[in-house]
Design a binder for this molecule. Structure first.
Ligand SMILES: *Cc1c(COP(=O)(O)O)cnc(C)c1O
Ligand SMILES: [Zn+2]
Length: 462
């Protein structure tokens, strides 16, 4: 199999290729990102997506039970038996009439891809099972990541299950939601709190893992993004292999959007879908690098001839001005998205758009997701807030079928949720006001009552 799989530089002007047994997070020749590529002609590819349904009856095989590896035919970088799984990807596409109404989409046409249902509570497990599979293939005994929380929770979980690999995680000081930090600690990961933010932690983990030969699992890892393609495959599966009109996803380091673009591009090239959905990537207004790059600087993938000088000038100015990301959606609080160029490519492949939404819009949208039964963390709700915005602009038509990716579970960040709902002015000032939130229009306030039956009855009856 190995000879039909390789790593390839995404820059077509470089095009360097490397074996899958190499541990790389960038092209050694030009420094750009790498893709996993397949010689599909020499592999057994299904003739139709429906053919994949034959695996539905094989749920006694752990890899076929996995919502990632049941699509192994479309990410065959190693043999099925060698794939790491903890039962990730048992996630569902939920139709939500309530959220559709809020976002202005026709009832029945808005879907929430509920990735919070993963073992560690976020979509990151889709990628982590693939990255740890590769790490094990190359004999790694330690794996590291920088994280705003969910990557570290996921890595920590996989390492604690595997027992053959130790997790080393780098987090920005005070920049992590408690739900996520508690996971890393409980799963036994070596946890380093770097004095700085995500971007600082990212820069350090790259240096340190190189120095110590530790396997890096951030989304610069091309194997990880292979696993994340399956989120789109599950969406198609749930729609009985029909392609929706829009995929709306929050954008942080832009690994998800990049992998979604690759998934659809490959399916289209293989003739397994006849059209590609449009992609909407939603930034938080306080972490809007992609929005600026795409909508203001008008930088495009341009068939691989991206204007890198312009990107570099953009980041230089960002540094010179001391602009740092700041949003309550901590999972997307990122200055320099590591997959920026891959995401530009995905936007080209998927005729994509980019928008930003405020923390106020994010928290209001989040309350609607919760009220409709599919709670999520703040970053995830950017997809719903973004859909509402794109509907208001008329970019998304009312009758379009829209899939919003709910990237992480509600319990990841209870601080933000409680501050929004509890009506405590002190919590509001502490947690929400610094992020420009001014109202909690959809707050579900708890009611304080005396320890007395009559009082309680009165409170319930209103
Ligand atoms: C990691 C993460 C994101 C950002 O995804 P990218 O692939 O980095 O753009 C969004 N939401 C949640 C909950 C996350 O954990
Ligand atoms: Zn290269």
């Amino acid at each position: 199999m190995a000879e039909h799989v390789f790593q390839k530089c995404i820059d077509p002007n470089c095009g360097a290729a490397y074996g899958v047994e190499e541990v790389l997070t960038a092209c050694p020749k030009c420094g750009n990102l790498l893709d996993i590529r397949y010689d599909w002609d020499k592999l057994s590819v299904p003739k139709s997506l429906k053919e994949l349904e034959k695996y539905w009856t094989m749920r006694d095989v752990p890899q076929r039970f996995s919502g990632v590896w049941k699509f192994h035919d479309l990410l065959p970088f190693t043999e099925l038996e060698k794939c790491v799984t903890v039962g990730e990807g048992q996630t569902i596409l939920q139709n939500s009439a309530g959220v559709a109404k809020y976002a202005g989409v026709k009832e029945g046409n808005l879907f929430l891809q509920y990735e919070g249902m993963n073992p560690s509570g976020s979509f990151k497990d889709n990628g982590m099972c693939a990255a740890t599979t590769h790490a094990r293939m190359v004999g790694a005994t330690r794996a590291a990541c920088a994280s705003t929380g969910n990557t570290s929770a996921s890595l920590a979980l996989y390492c604690s299950c595997l027992q053959t690999m130790k997790a080393v995680i780098f987090i920005g000081d005070g920049k992590i939601a408690y739900g996520k930090l508690s996971q890393a600690l409980d799963y036994g990961a070596q946890t380093l709190q770097i004095h700085g933010d995500f971007d600082d932690a990212m820069a350090r983990v790259k240096e340190v893992s190189k120095k110590l030969g530790i396997y890096l699992v951030n989304s610069v890892n091309p194997f990880r993004l292979e696993g994340q393609k399956t989120i789109m495959l599950r969406v198609l599966e749930a729609l009985r292999w029909n392609v929706p009109d829009w995929i709306v996803v929050p954008g942080g380091n832009l690994g998800n959007s990049s992998s979604f673009g690759k998934a659809f591009h490959e399916l289209y090239e293989l003739g397994l879908i006849d059209r590609i959905p449009r992609l909407a990537v939603i930034n938080a207004a306080g972490a809007d690098t992609l929005t600026r790059v795409f909508n203001e600087e008008n930088i495009r993938w341009n068939g691989g001839n991206t204007d890198r000088a312009k990107i570099n000038a953009f980041f230089k100015q960002m540094n010179d001005e001391g602009r740092r990301a700041n949003t309550i959606a901590s999972a997307i609080e990122i200055n320099r998205p590591v997959n920026l160029e891959k995401c530009l490519r995905a936007l080209e492949w998927c005729d994509g758009v980019v928008r930003k939404v405020t923390d106020q819009q994010i928290l209001d949208a989040k309350s609607q997701v919760g009220a409709c039964g599919f709670g999520c963390e703040p970053a995830s709700a950017a997809s719903v807030a973004g859909t509402k915005l794109l509907r208001e602009e008329g970019v998304i038509a009312p009758s379009d079928r829209v899939v919003c990716i709910l990237t992480g579970h509600q319990l990841k960040d209870p601080t933000a949720t409680v501050a929004y709902h509890c009506g405590d002015p002190q919590k509001f000032d502490e947690v929400l006001r610094p992020h420009g939130v001014t109202t909690c229009d959809f707050a579900n306030n708890p009611v304080k009552v005396e320890n007395d039956v009559d009082d309680i009855v009165r409170a319930i009856q209103g």
